[in-house]
Design a protein around this ligand. Structure first.
Ligand SMILES: [Zn+2]
Length: 134
């Protein structure tokens, strides 16, 4: 019963695999109606009913190129892969840093204000001198 009369043939991309086409397979054709090469199991001499993902096909090579190009863009490294808590912890740290910076700025602003007042009084002092009141 397992033998359906389908015989495999070598993949035309010379990858060394045997493939077959099966009209009755659910994945034997693409939605567009194109034949999907399915992988033949040489040892058991049966069809595997899985698409033959040919390493030599132009499509596979394009996919590989795209994957290589996309790799540097991947934002999350293999260790911290999408760790939600780690992100929250970092946000918390950033929050605290911003608070500290705001406090420092407020202190600096007061310091500047004090300097400005001193400068103002100096100017007034100079002005007084010039007017002959000193
Ligand atoms: Zn192949």
């Amino acid at each position: 019963m397992a033998s359906s009369g389908i015989r495999p043939k070598p993949c035309k991309n010379n990858c060394g695999a045997n493939i077959y086409f099966d009209a009755r397979s659910a994945i034997g054709k693409t939605p567009e109606g194109k034949w999907v090469p399915l992988l033949w199991d040489d040892e058991q001499d049966i069809g595997t009913d899985t698409p033959h993902q040919c390493p030599n096909s132009r499509y596979a090579q394009q996919q590989q190129q795209q994957t290589t190009q996309q790799q540097p863009v991947r934002p999350i490294g293999p260790a911290g892969g999408g760790d939600h808590e780690e992100i929250l912890r970092r946000l918390d740290r950033i929050d605290k840093s911003i608070m500290e910076i705001t406090q420092s700025l407020a202190k600096f602003a007061k310091y500047l204000e004090g300097n400005q007042r001193m400068a103002d009084s100096d100017a007034r002092y100079d002005q007084d001198k010039e007017d002959g009141f000193a």
